[in-house]
Design a protein around this ligand. Structure first.
Ligand code: SF4
Ligand code: SF4
Length: 424
Protein backbone atom coordinates (compact mmCIF):
# COMPACT_ATOMS: atom_id res chain seq x y z
CA UNK A 1 0.00 0.00 0.00
CA UNK A 2 1.33 3.44 -0.88
CA UNK A 3 1.42 6.28 1.58
CA UNK A 4 0.47 9.89 1.18
CA UNK A 5 3.83 11.05 2.44
CA UNK A 6 4.91 11.85 -1.11
CA UNK A 7 3.18 15.20 -1.17
CA UNK A 8 5.51 17.76 -2.65
CA UNK A 9 3.84 20.90 -1.39
CA UNK A 10 3.15 23.44 -4.09
CA UNK A 11 2.30 25.97 -1.40
CA UNK A 12 -1.38 26.53 -2.08
CA UNK A 13 -3.08 27.65 1.11
CA UNK A 14 -6.72 27.44 2.06
CA UNK A 15 -8.57 30.73 2.38
CA UNK A 16 -9.67 31.83 5.83
CA UNK A 17 -12.62 34.11 6.53
CA UNK A 18 -11.57 37.76 6.89
CA UNK A 19 -11.56 38.66 10.65
CA UNK A 20 -14.34 41.22 10.35
CA UNK A 21 -16.42 39.33 7.85
CA UNK A 22 -20.13 40.04 8.30
CA UNK A 23 -22.56 37.15 8.48
CA UNK A 24 -23.98 35.84 5.23
CA UNK A 25 -25.87 38.38 3.12
CA UNK A 26 -29.29 36.96 2.34
CA UNK A 27 -30.44 36.54 -1.24
CA UNK A 28 -34.14 35.67 -1.18
CA UNK A 29 -35.66 33.20 -3.61
CA UNK A 30 -36.58 34.62 -7.00
CA UNK A 31 -39.95 34.03 -8.57
CA UNK A 32 -39.03 30.39 -9.02
CA UNK A 33 -36.49 27.83 -7.81
CA UNK A 34 -35.17 24.72 -9.53
CA UNK A 35 -34.33 21.52 -7.69
CA UNK A 36 -32.23 18.79 -9.25
CA UNK A 37 -33.64 15.37 -8.40
CA UNK A 38 -31.45 12.31 -9.11
CA UNK A 39 -32.74 10.09 -11.90
CA UNK A 40 -34.47 10.63 -15.24
CA UNK A 41 -37.69 12.60 -15.60
CA UNK A 42 -39.51 9.73 -17.26
CA UNK A 43 -39.74 6.14 -16.12
CA UNK A 44 -42.24 3.39 -16.60
CA UNK A 45 -43.65 3.96 -13.15
CA UNK A 46 -45.72 7.14 -12.98
CA UNK A 47 -44.07 10.01 -11.17
CA UNK A 48 -45.44 10.91 -7.76
CA UNK A 49 -45.10 14.59 -8.68
CA UNK A 50 -46.55 16.37 -11.69
CA UNK A 51 -46.83 19.88 -13.00
CA UNK A 52 -49.62 21.77 -11.29
CA UNK A 53 -49.04 20.12 -7.90
CA UNK A 54 -48.73 22.51 -5.00
CA UNK A 55 -45.92 22.05 -2.50
CA UNK A 56 -45.10 23.48 0.91
CA UNK A 57 -41.80 24.75 2.25
CA UNK A 58 -39.81 21.85 3.72
CA UNK A 59 -41.85 19.20 1.89
CA UNK A 60 -40.01 16.05 0.85
CA UNK A 61 -40.42 15.55 -2.91
CA UNK A 62 -39.62 12.08 -4.23
CA UNK A 63 -40.37 11.63 -7.92
CA UNK A 64 -40.73 7.87 -7.83
CA UNK A 65 -41.24 7.15 -4.17
CA UNK A 66 -37.73 5.68 -3.75
CA UNK A 67 -34.86 6.74 -1.54
CA UNK A 68 -33.99 9.75 -3.72
CA UNK A 69 -35.67 13.04 -2.92
CA UNK A 70 -35.28 16.79 -2.69
CA UNK A 71 -36.75 19.27 -0.21
CA UNK A 72 -38.98 22.11 -1.41
CA UNK A 73 -37.36 25.39 -0.30
CA UNK A 74 -40.46 27.49 -1.03
CA UNK A 75 -44.21 27.17 -1.07
CA UNK A 76 -45.59 27.17 -4.59
CA UNK A 77 -46.63 25.20 -7.65
CA UNK A 78 -44.60 22.75 -9.69
CA UNK A 79 -44.48 24.39 -13.10
CA UNK A 80 -41.99 22.18 -14.94
CA UNK A 81 -40.36 18.75 -14.79
CA UNK A 82 -37.57 18.44 -17.32
CA UNK A 83 -34.58 16.21 -18.01
CA UNK A 84 -31.31 17.70 -16.82
CA UNK A 85 -27.81 16.51 -17.70
CA UNK A 86 -25.83 16.61 -14.46
CA UNK A 87 -22.09 16.21 -14.00
CA UNK A 88 -20.71 13.81 -16.64
CA UNK A 89 -24.13 13.39 -18.18
CA UNK A 90 -25.73 11.98 -15.04
CA UNK A 91 -29.50 11.73 -15.47
CA UNK A 92 -31.31 14.22 -13.29
CA UNK A 93 -34.72 15.86 -13.31
CA UNK A 94 -35.08 19.61 -12.94
CA UNK A 95 -38.15 20.39 -10.84
CA UNK A 96 -39.18 24.02 -11.17
CA UNK A 97 -41.36 25.46 -8.44
CA UNK A 98 -42.95 28.86 -8.96
CA UNK A 99 -43.17 30.52 -5.57
CA UNK A 100 -46.51 31.68 -4.23
CA UNK A 101 -47.09 34.71 -2.03
CA UNK A 102 -48.74 32.50 0.59
CA UNK A 103 -46.19 30.56 2.62
CA UNK A 104 -46.96 27.26 4.30
CA UNK A 105 -44.69 24.82 6.13
CA UNK A 106 -44.88 21.10 5.63
CA UNK A 107 -45.34 19.39 9.02
CA UNK A 108 -44.41 15.76 8.27
CA UNK A 109 -40.94 16.08 9.74
CA UNK A 110 -42.22 17.92 12.82
CA UNK A 111 -44.21 14.88 13.88
CA UNK A 112 -41.51 12.35 12.90
CA UNK A 113 -38.60 14.03 14.71
CA UNK A 114 -39.50 13.13 18.31
CA UNK A 115 -37.30 10.06 18.34
CA UNK A 116 -34.07 10.60 16.39
CA UNK A 117 -33.39 7.41 14.45
CA UNK A 118 -31.36 6.44 11.38
CA UNK A 119 -34.62 6.00 9.46
CA UNK A 120 -35.88 9.49 10.31
CA UNK A 121 -32.54 11.02 9.40
CA UNK A 122 -32.34 9.22 6.05
CA UNK A 123 -35.98 9.83 5.18
CA UNK A 124 -36.02 13.57 5.83
CA UNK A 125 -32.55 15.07 6.00
CA UNK A 126 -30.40 13.53 3.27
CA UNK A 127 -31.04 16.58 1.04
CA UNK A 128 -30.52 19.14 3.81
CA UNK A 129 -28.00 21.99 3.38
CA UNK A 130 -24.48 20.55 3.34
CA UNK A 131 -25.77 17.21 2.03
CA UNK A 132 -25.22 15.01 5.09
CA UNK A 133 -23.93 11.58 3.98
CA UNK A 134 -26.63 9.75 5.93
CA UNK A 135 -26.62 6.55 3.87
CA UNK A 136 -22.93 6.16 4.68
CA UNK A 137 -23.34 7.21 8.31
CA UNK A 138 -26.25 4.89 8.99
CA UNK A 139 -25.09 1.78 7.15
CA UNK A 140 -25.41 -1.16 9.59
CA UNK A 141 -23.09 -3.28 7.43
CA UNK A 142 -20.27 -0.77 7.89
CA UNK A 143 -20.73 0.82 11.30
CA UNK A 144 -19.16 4.22 11.88
CA UNK A 145 -17.22 4.69 15.10
CA UNK A 146 -15.92 8.24 14.59
CA UNK A 147 -17.88 11.17 13.20
CA UNK A 148 -15.62 13.92 11.83
CA UNK A 149 -17.36 17.31 11.76
CA UNK A 150 -15.50 19.28 9.08
CA UNK A 151 -15.08 22.94 9.87
CA UNK A 152 -12.57 23.15 7.03
CA UNK A 153 -13.33 23.65 3.37
CA UNK A 154 -12.21 21.19 0.76
CA UNK A 155 -11.19 23.69 -1.89
CA UNK A 156 -9.23 26.90 -2.28
CA UNK A 157 -10.82 30.38 -1.97
CA UNK A 158 -13.75 28.92 -0.01
CA UNK A 159 -14.49 29.57 3.69
CA UNK A 160 -18.10 28.45 4.01
CA UNK A 161 -17.57 25.61 6.49
CA UNK A 162 -15.03 27.58 8.51
CA UNK A 163 -17.66 30.31 8.95
CA UNK A 164 -20.35 27.82 9.96
CA UNK A 165 -18.07 26.21 12.56
CA UNK A 166 -17.25 29.62 14.00
CA UNK A 167 -20.76 31.08 13.95
CA UNK A 168 -23.12 28.16 14.60
CA UNK A 169 -21.59 26.26 17.49
CA UNK A 170 -24.91 25.91 19.32
CA UNK A 171 -26.59 24.35 16.27
CA UNK A 172 -23.61 22.07 15.67
CA UNK A 173 -23.74 20.90 19.28
CA UNK A 174 -27.46 20.10 18.87
CA UNK A 175 -26.73 18.23 15.64
CA UNK A 176 -24.01 16.17 17.30
CA UNK A 177 -26.39 15.22 20.12
CA UNK A 178 -29.02 14.09 17.59
CA UNK A 179 -26.48 12.09 15.60
CA UNK A 180 -25.11 10.43 18.72
CA UNK A 181 -28.58 9.52 19.90
CA UNK A 182 -29.69 8.19 16.49
CA UNK A 183 -26.56 6.21 15.63
CA UNK A 184 -24.87 5.35 18.93
CA UNK A 185 -21.61 6.99 17.76
CA UNK A 186 -19.64 8.24 20.74
CA UNK A 187 -16.44 9.56 19.24
CA UNK A 188 -16.83 12.96 17.56
CA UNK A 189 -13.95 14.99 16.16
CA UNK A 190 -14.22 18.67 15.28
CA UNK A 191 -11.84 19.33 12.42
CA UNK A 192 -10.45 22.81 11.93
CA UNK A 193 -7.50 24.57 10.33
CA UNK A 194 -4.47 24.75 12.64
CA UNK A 195 -4.66 28.53 12.99
CA UNK A 196 -8.35 28.41 13.97
CA UNK A 197 -8.05 25.68 16.59
CA UNK A 198 -8.97 27.92 19.55
CA UNK A 199 -12.52 28.65 20.61
CA UNK A 200 -14.29 25.36 19.86
CA UNK A 201 -13.89 23.76 23.28
CA UNK A 202 -17.60 24.14 24.10
CA UNK A 203 -18.62 21.95 21.16
CA UNK A 204 -19.12 18.34 22.14
CA UNK A 205 -16.12 16.70 20.45
CA UNK A 206 -12.31 16.40 20.33
CA UNK A 207 -10.86 19.35 18.41
CA UNK A 208 -8.20 18.34 15.90
CA UNK A 209 -6.39 20.44 13.32
CA UNK A 210 -5.06 20.15 9.79
CA UNK A 211 -2.35 22.17 8.09
CA UNK A 212 -3.55 25.10 5.98
CA UNK A 213 -1.80 23.75 2.88
CA UNK A 214 -4.06 22.33 0.18
CA UNK A 215 -5.18 19.48 0.01
CA UNK A 216 -4.62 18.50 3.67
CA UNK A 217 -8.34 18.87 4.45
CA UNK A 218 -9.22 16.09 2.01
CA UNK A 219 -10.64 13.15 4.01
CA UNK A 220 -8.02 10.67 2.75
CA UNK A 221 -5.21 13.00 3.80
CA UNK A 222 -6.89 13.75 7.12
CA UNK A 223 -7.09 10.01 7.71
CA UNK A 224 -3.36 9.78 7.20
CA UNK A 225 -2.10 12.99 8.75
CA UNK A 226 -4.52 13.35 11.67
CA UNK A 227 -5.60 9.79 12.47
CA UNK A 228 -2.53 7.90 11.27
CA UNK A 229 -4.61 5.55 9.10
CA UNK A 230 -4.22 4.75 5.42
CA UNK A 231 -7.34 4.43 3.28
CA UNK A 232 -6.54 1.65 0.79
CA UNK A 233 -7.10 2.43 -2.90
CA UNK A 234 -10.75 2.13 -3.88
CA UNK A 235 -11.93 2.31 -0.25
CA UNK A 236 -13.38 5.16 1.76
CA UNK A 237 -12.96 6.42 5.33
CA UNK A 238 -16.27 4.70 6.12
CA UNK A 239 -14.59 1.37 5.42
CA UNK A 240 -12.32 2.19 8.36
CA UNK A 241 -15.18 3.37 10.61
CA UNK A 242 -14.87 7.14 10.01
CA UNK A 243 -17.55 9.37 8.49
CA UNK A 244 -16.84 12.97 7.43
CA UNK A 245 -19.75 15.42 7.57
CA UNK A 246 -19.46 19.16 6.95
CA UNK A 247 -20.25 21.56 9.80
CA UNK A 248 -23.22 23.00 7.91
CA UNK A 249 -24.87 19.58 7.55
CA UNK A 250 -24.46 18.89 11.27
CA UNK A 251 -25.87 22.35 12.09
CA UNK A 252 -28.83 21.73 9.74
CA UNK A 253 -29.65 18.48 11.55
CA UNK A 254 -29.46 20.31 14.88
CA UNK A 255 -31.83 23.07 13.70
CA UNK A 256 -34.24 20.56 12.16
CA UNK A 257 -34.61 18.58 15.37
CA UNK A 258 -34.79 21.68 17.58
CA UNK A 259 -37.42 23.47 15.55
CA UNK A 260 -39.21 20.72 13.62
CA UNK A 261 -38.37 22.59 10.40
CA UNK A 262 -35.92 21.32 7.81
CA UNK A 263 -33.56 24.18 6.88
CA UNK A 264 -33.86 25.09 3.20
CA UNK A 265 -31.17 27.75 2.72
CA UNK A 266 -27.55 27.25 1.76
CA UNK A 267 -24.52 29.27 2.87
CA UNK A 268 -21.88 29.73 0.19
CA UNK A 269 -18.76 31.73 -0.56
CA UNK A 270 -19.32 34.05 -3.52
CA UNK A 271 -16.15 35.10 -5.31
CA UNK A 272 -16.34 37.84 -7.93
CA UNK A 273 -13.99 38.18 -10.90
CA UNK A 274 -11.77 40.67 -9.01
CA UNK A 275 -11.29 38.12 -6.23
CA UNK A 276 -13.49 39.81 -3.63
CA UNK A 277 -15.30 37.23 -1.56
CA UNK A 278 -18.38 37.37 0.60
CA UNK A 279 -20.72 34.96 2.32
CA UNK A 280 -24.20 34.54 0.93
CA UNK A 281 -27.22 32.64 2.22
CA UNK A 282 -29.91 31.74 -0.28
CA UNK A 283 -32.64 29.13 -0.72
CA UNK A 284 -31.46 25.92 -2.33
CA UNK A 285 -32.64 26.06 -5.95
CA UNK A 286 -31.86 29.76 -6.46
CA UNK A 287 -30.44 30.55 -9.92
CA UNK A 288 -26.77 31.42 -9.90
CA UNK A 289 -27.65 34.34 -12.19
CA UNK A 290 -29.99 35.76 -9.52
CA UNK A 291 -27.12 35.81 -7.01
CA UNK A 292 -24.82 37.63 -9.46
CA UNK A 293 -27.57 40.12 -10.23
CA UNK A 294 -28.11 40.88 -6.54
CA UNK A 295 -24.42 41.86 -6.14
CA UNK A 296 -23.98 43.51 -9.52
CA UNK A 297 -21.53 40.85 -10.73
CA UNK A 298 -21.36 40.83 -14.51
CA UNK A 299 -20.18 37.76 -16.38
CA UNK A 300 -18.45 38.53 -19.67
CA UNK A 301 -17.20 36.42 -22.55
CA UNK A 302 -14.20 34.33 -21.51
CA UNK A 303 -15.21 34.20 -17.83
CA UNK A 304 -15.77 30.86 -16.26
CA UNK A 305 -18.51 30.37 -13.68
CA UNK A 306 -17.59 27.62 -11.26
CA UNK A 307 -19.82 25.86 -8.75
CA UNK A 308 -17.45 24.89 -5.97
CA UNK A 309 -13.79 25.83 -5.75
CA UNK A 310 -11.19 26.37 -8.46
CA UNK A 311 -9.51 22.97 -7.99
CA UNK A 312 -12.43 20.60 -7.63
CA UNK A 313 -15.49 22.61 -8.70
CA UNK A 314 -17.56 22.12 -11.84
CA UNK A 315 -17.99 24.73 -14.57
CA UNK A 316 -21.56 25.97 -14.90
CA UNK A 317 -22.59 26.24 -18.52
CA UNK A 318 -25.61 28.42 -17.77
CA UNK A 319 -26.49 31.09 -15.23
CA UNK A 320 -29.77 29.22 -14.80
CA UNK A 321 -27.97 26.49 -12.91
CA UNK A 322 -29.32 26.34 -9.38
CA UNK A 323 -27.61 26.24 -6.01
CA UNK A 324 -27.59 22.66 -4.75
CA UNK A 325 -27.55 21.47 -1.12
CA UNK A 326 -23.80 20.80 -1.49
CA UNK A 327 -22.80 24.01 -3.31
CA UNK A 328 -20.23 25.59 -0.98
CA UNK A 329 -19.07 28.25 -3.41
CA UNK A 330 -19.96 30.08 -6.60
CA UNK A 331 -17.18 31.94 -8.32
CA UNK A 332 -16.44 33.85 -11.48
CA UNK A 333 -12.93 33.26 -12.76
CA UNK A 334 -11.72 35.52 -15.54
CA UNK A 335 -9.98 34.12 -18.57
CA UNK A 336 -6.56 34.84 -17.07
CA UNK A 337 -7.12 33.00 -13.78
CA UNK A 338 -9.29 30.15 -15.09
CA UNK A 339 -6.79 27.47 -16.03
CA UNK A 340 -7.14 26.77 -19.71
CA UNK A 341 -6.74 23.38 -21.30
CA UNK A 342 -4.90 22.45 -24.45
CA UNK A 343 -4.36 19.47 -26.67
CA UNK A 344 -0.56 19.59 -26.24
CA UNK A 345 0.92 16.19 -25.52
CA UNK A 346 2.50 15.20 -22.22
CA UNK A 347 6.17 16.19 -22.21
CA UNK A 348 7.06 13.88 -19.33
CA UNK A 349 8.23 16.71 -17.12
CA UNK A 350 7.15 14.76 -14.02
CA UNK A 351 5.66 17.77 -12.21
CA UNK A 352 2.32 16.01 -11.76
CA UNK A 353 4.01 13.00 -10.17
CA UNK A 354 5.94 15.19 -7.75
CA UNK A 355 2.82 16.96 -6.41
CA UNK A 356 0.45 13.99 -6.33
CA UNK A 357 -0.41 13.14 -2.72
CA UNK A 358 -1.24 9.59 -3.80
CA UNK A 359 2.14 9.18 -5.57
CA UNK A 360 0.54 8.10 -8.83
CA UNK A 361 2.41 7.77 -12.11
CA UNK A 362 0.12 10.24 -13.77
CA UNK A 363 2.36 10.84 -16.78
CA UNK A 364 1.79 7.19 -17.73
CA UNK A 365 -1.82 6.95 -16.59
CA UNK A 366 -2.86 9.94 -18.67
CA UNK A 367 -1.88 8.16 -21.89
CA UNK A 368 -4.41 5.41 -21.14
CA UNK A 369 -7.10 7.87 -20.16
CA UNK A 370 -6.65 9.97 -23.29
CA UNK A 371 -7.19 6.78 -25.28
CA UNK A 372 -10.30 5.86 -23.26
CA UNK A 373 -8.59 2.73 -21.85
CA UNK A 374 -9.97 3.16 -18.38
CA UNK A 375 -9.78 -0.42 -17.14
CA UNK A 376 -6.16 -0.77 -18.26
CA UNK A 377 -5.30 2.56 -16.63
CA UNK A 378 -6.99 1.52 -13.40
CA UNK A 379 -5.18 -1.81 -13.34
CA UNK A 380 -1.73 -0.64 -14.30
CA UNK A 381 -1.54 2.82 -12.78
CA UNK A 382 -3.71 2.77 -9.73
CA UNK A 383 -6.51 5.05 -10.83
CA UNK A 384 -8.50 4.15 -7.71
CA UNK A 385 -5.88 5.79 -5.48
CA UNK A 386 -6.67 9.25 -6.84
CA UNK A 387 -8.31 11.52 -4.26
CA UNK A 388 -9.38 14.09 -6.84
CA UNK A 389 -7.38 17.03 -5.50
CA UNK A 390 -6.61 18.46 -8.96
CA UNK A 391 -2.99 19.36 -8.19
CA UNK A 392 -1.74 17.39 -11.20
CA UNK A 393 -3.84 19.46 -13.59
CA UNK A 394 -2.85 22.64 -11.78
CA UNK A 395 0.87 22.09 -12.37
CA UNK A 396 0.68 20.45 -15.80
CA UNK A 397 2.75 22.46 -18.26
CA UNK A 398 0.84 20.95 -21.17
CA UNK A 399 -2.48 22.01 -19.61
CA UNK A 400 -3.86 18.50 -19.94
CA UNK A 401 -7.25 18.31 -18.20
CA UNK A 402 -6.02 15.42 -16.08
CA UNK A 403 -8.62 15.66 -13.32
CA UNK A 404 -11.45 15.69 -15.85
CA UNK A 405 -10.00 12.58 -17.48
CA UNK A 406 -9.69 10.86 -14.13
CA UNK A 407 -13.18 11.84 -13.01
CA UNK A 408 -14.68 10.66 -16.29
CA UNK A 409 -12.77 7.38 -16.02
CA UNK A 410 -13.98 6.80 -12.46
CA UNK A 411 -17.54 7.61 -13.50
CA UNK A 412 -17.39 5.17 -16.41
CA UNK A 413 -15.82 2.42 -14.32
CA UNK A 414 -18.42 2.87 -11.59
CA UNK A 415 -21.07 2.41 -14.29
CA UNK A 416 -19.65 -0.66 -16.03
CA UNK A 417 -18.03 -2.57 -13.15
CA UNK A 418 -21.33 -3.66 -11.52
CA UNK A 419 -22.58 -4.86 -14.93
CA UNK A 420 -19.38 -6.83 -15.48
CA UNK A 421 -19.63 -8.33 -11.98
CA UNK A 422 -23.23 -9.35 -12.63
CA UNK A 423 -22.26 -11.05 -15.91
CA UNK A 424 -19.21 -12.79 -14.43
S1 SF4 B 1 -6.08 14.62 -8.73
FE1 SF4 B 1 -4.04 14.30 -9.61
S2 SF4 B 1 -2.62 14.97 -8.01
FE2 SF4 B 1 -4.60 14.68 -7.01
S3 SF4 B 1 -4.55 12.55 -6.24
FE3 SF4 B 1 -5.49 12.50 -8.28
S4 SF4 B 1 -3.83 12.06 -9.68
FE4 SF4 B 1 -2.89 12.75 -7.75
S1 SF4 C 1 2.67 17.57 -15.62
FE1 SF4 C 1 1.61 17.26 -17.60
S2 SF4 C 1 3.27 17.32 -19.12
FE2 SF4 C 1 4.27 16.99 -17.12
S3 SF4 C 1 4.42 14.74 -16.90
FE3 SF4 C 1 2.50 15.35 -15.95
S4 SF4 C 1 0.95 15.09 -17.56
FE4 SF4 C 1 2.96 15.15 -18.57
Amino acid sequence: MKTFFGLGKPGLHYATPPPRLAGPEVVPAGTSVTLLHPGPSKRRTPAALKTGDTVKTGQRLSLYGGADYVIAPVTGTVTALAPFAGHFGRDETAITITASSIKARDDQFASARREPSPETLRHFLAAAPGLPPLERLCNPKRPVKTLVVCGVDEDLLVFTQQHVLRARSHEITSGIQVLKQATGIEDVVILTLREAVQGHGHIDGRVMAVDPVYPSAHPHLVMHQVFGREVPAGQTPEDLGFCFMCAEAVAAIGVAFETGRIPVTKVLTLVARDGTARLVETPIGTRVGDIFERFGIAVVAGDRVVLGGPMRGAAAYSLDQPVRPGTDAVMVLDAASASSVSDYPCVNCGDCVRVCPARMQINLLVRYLEAGKYEDGAESYDLDSCVGCGLCAYVCVSKIPILQYITLAKHELARVRPMEDANA
